[in-house]
Ligand binder design. Structure first.
Ligand code: SAM
Length: 212
């Protein structure tokens, strides 16, 4: 399988035409081997333009959605980023590839273990925890930026508390059927929100999730 060719094609045909323009983000997508992060029987579909099942009813998001969230977050080298919803570890790898230090929380132990293996195989060192990410990761806070990759009814208060002053959070907010991707900025104690587009994510399950 020509994965390098498929990766290039994904960037040219799925990401650039839809407005992913950050050269750094595009470079990360040409570097991270997405085939490592999908189930063995899905490798041939690793670069297709849709989400894929990773088992346990969960998904690795569509490449464009991972790219859009990354571009909105705009991770910088050395920044401390919290990701909620590790899933396969692919988004985690993209953030790490951009030089961020990533702490990631996954509620399902099996997925967290697989993600840790995938990330090690791809050569990224991150901090993975099993638990309810809607509570954040208080001991490691504050974070420069936070990415939530599962749908929530509102912004979980602990995540806002754990975001640095001047920090940015990206989250799909809405109901079970669809959500809006929202960028939240915390500036001088004021929280500013901007709706970016409609999206569809699996639900955040936890204290501040769509499901308890
Ligand atoms: N970013 C992932 C990737 O690149 O593969 C995709 C994440 S998937 C769309 C959402 C993930 O959020 C699932 O793995 C799910 O188990 C996880 N999740 C749901 N509720 C959670 C919670 N409260 N804390 C942590 N993880 C949660």
């Amino acid at each position: 399988m020509d994965y390098d060719g498929k990766r290039y094609q994904m960037v040219e045909e799925q990401l650039k035409p839809r407005g992913i323009s950050s050269p750094r983000v595009l470079a990360a997508f040409t570097q991270v081997p997405r085939e490592i992060f999908v189930l063995p029987e899905k490798k041939a579909q690793a670069y297709e333009d849709f989400p894929l099942s990773i088992g346990l009813g969960q998904t690795i998001s569509q490449p464009f959605m991972v790219a859009l969230m990354t571009q909105l977050l705009d991770p910088q080298p050395g920044e401390k980023i919290l990701e909620i919803g590790t899933g396969s570890g692919y988004q985690t790898a993209i953030l790490s590839c951009l030089g961020a230090k990533v702490w990631t929380v996954e509620r399902l132990k099996l997925l967290a273990e697989r993600a840790q293996d995938n990330l090690s195989q791809a050569g990224y060192k991150v901090f993975v925890k099993v638990g309810d990410g809607s509570l954040g990761w208080k001991e490691e806070s504050p974070f420069d930026k936070i990415a939530v990759t599962a749908a929530a009814p509102s912004i979980p208060p602990p995540l806002l508390d754990q975001l640095k002053e001047g920090g940015k959070l990206v989250i799909p907010r809405g109901g079970l059927v669809f959500q809006n991707l929202v960028v939240v900025r915390k500036e001088k104690e004021i929280v500013k929100e901007e709706d970016v587009c409609r999206c569809i994510f699996v639900p955040l399950v936890g204290k501040y999730g769509l499901k308890k």
